[in-house]
Design a protein around this ligand. Structure first.
Ligand SMILES: NC(=O)c1ccc[n+]([C@@H]2O[C@H](COP(=O)([O-])OP(=O)(O)OC[C@H]3O[C@@H](n4cnc5c(N)ncnc54)[C@H](O)[C@@H]3O)[C@@H](O)[C@H]2O)c1
Ligand SMILES: [Zn+2]
Length: 346
């Protein structure tokens, strides 16, 4: 079992990573016994709901569950509202806990509800996808989507603990596992060429992959919890990725969108050798696709992305494997960069 400590200014907490974790007993070490509203989607609840409820009850917690239909389409205000109504009906108060059991959709929506319910309450993340484990469960960004864009409504709200049992990855469909791998590749690209090399060679275990990714995320978040500057590097590949996700009606997963964003920028800014290495790793996980969306439309969507300010887009541009730089570009410049990158990949 590994622990990574996250030192955010608003909260410090541990991310526990291991196999066969007993969530109830681990949680009782860091939080007093209370009511818990377990939030999950139908798929994850079917696989791990009962086991998690039993573990929490055995530890002494009073457990209620709220289950919604899986998929990004559920990450919206109306599902969050249903959850919060259910919480009032079950008498959940500020001293109680929300627990997100699932992928990034469950984690983001649960965190959002925790940030606004009764003006804020504690919540716990139990990520069950690789993506949620390496990325969304750590760092305190919570959100729901609006019909015209992802994550447009949300808050910074850190969890009180994160418990990641890598055993849960066993039931992940290959493409969802790969989606998470895109984020791990991203950490290699922005911060750690050794991690990139280990992913490239296939020599890293899931536990170590999550641990190193969370360490990097924690370091970046500690420097810039509220996303004023340095944290923007975590957005590498995301501006185009989010636009692709939105335009595809979310039939293209988050990681696949991010992978396309990284490959396109890599083709413009990296050496031929580094760009080829990036593309080869993405290919290995079925993540290498050339975007076929209207470039102008993706650039227009970039303007409503959270990282846009005024008419400028905060671009995260690769310098080499393990290093990126931040640069503000106009929408027209962004469109030109995408055109060039997609042209080179095609
Ligand atoms: N808050 C952040 O910092 C942050 C960072 C990255 C991504 N995100 C968000 O995360 C979301 C994507 O996360 P995701 O890819 O985990 O999506 P997800 O939660 O939709 O999970 C993907 C699918 O896998 C299923 N699933 C989950 N765990 C499973 C398991 N162990 N076995 C079998 N099936 C399982 C789910 O039911 C779902 O159908 C996006 O909404 C994205 O915006 C947030
Ligand atoms: Zn992401």
């Amino acid at each position: 079992m590994n622990k990574v400590h996250v030192k955010a200014s608003t909260k410090e907490y541990d991310v526990t990573i291991g196999t066969g974790l007993d969530v109830g007993s681990l949680l009782s070490e860091v939080h007093k016994i209370c009511k818990i509203m377990l939030v999950s989607d139908d798929t994850v609840y079917g696989l791990y709901g009962k086991k998690t409820e039993d573990s929490l009850k055995t530890a002494g917690f009073e457990v209620f569950s709220f289950v919604f239909e899986h998929g990004e389409k559920s990450k919206n205000i109306s599902v969050a509202e249903k959850l919060m109504i259910e919480m009032t009906e079950k008498g959940i108060t500020k001293i109680d806990l929300l627990l997100a059991l699932g992928g990034g959709v469950v984690g983001d929506l649960t965190g959002f509800a925790a940030s606004v319910y009764l003006r804020g309450m504690d919540f716990v993340q139990v990520p069950t996808t690789l993506l949620a484990a390496v990325d969304s469960s750590v760092g305190g960004k919570t959100a729901v989507d609006l019909p015209n864009g992802k994550n447009l409504v949300g808050a910074f709200h850190q969890p009180v603990a994160v418990f990641c049992d890598v055993d849960s990855f066993q039931s992940l469909p290959a493409e969802i596992y790969s989606d998470g791998m895109a984020e791990a590749v991203k950490y290699g690209m922005i911060y750690d060429s050794d991690l990139f090399g280990q992913i490239e060679n296939g020599t890293i275990s899931d536990e170590d992959l999550v641990k190193r990714s969370v360490e990097i995320k924690a370091e970046v978040v500690e420097k810039d919890e509220f996303d004023k500057g340095p944290r923007h590097i975590l957005n590498f590949g995301h501006t185009l990725g989010h636009a692709i996700e939105t335009l595809s009606g979310y039939s293209i997963g988050h990681g696949s969108g991010v992978a396309m964003g990284m490959a396109v920028l890599g083709a413009v800014y990296l050496s031929e050798e580094d760009s080829a290495r990036l593309n080869a790793v993405l290919k290995k996980y079925g993540l290498y696709n050339i975007p076929s969306y209207d470039i102008h439309e993706t650039a227009v969507l970039a303007k409503v992305d959270k990282k846009a300010h005024g008419n400028l887009i905060r671009a995260v541009l690769p310098v080499a494997i393990g290093e990126v730089k931040l640069q503000d570009v106009t929408v027209e410049e962004w469109e030109e960069i995408l055109r060039k990158g997609i042209g080179r990949l095609s």
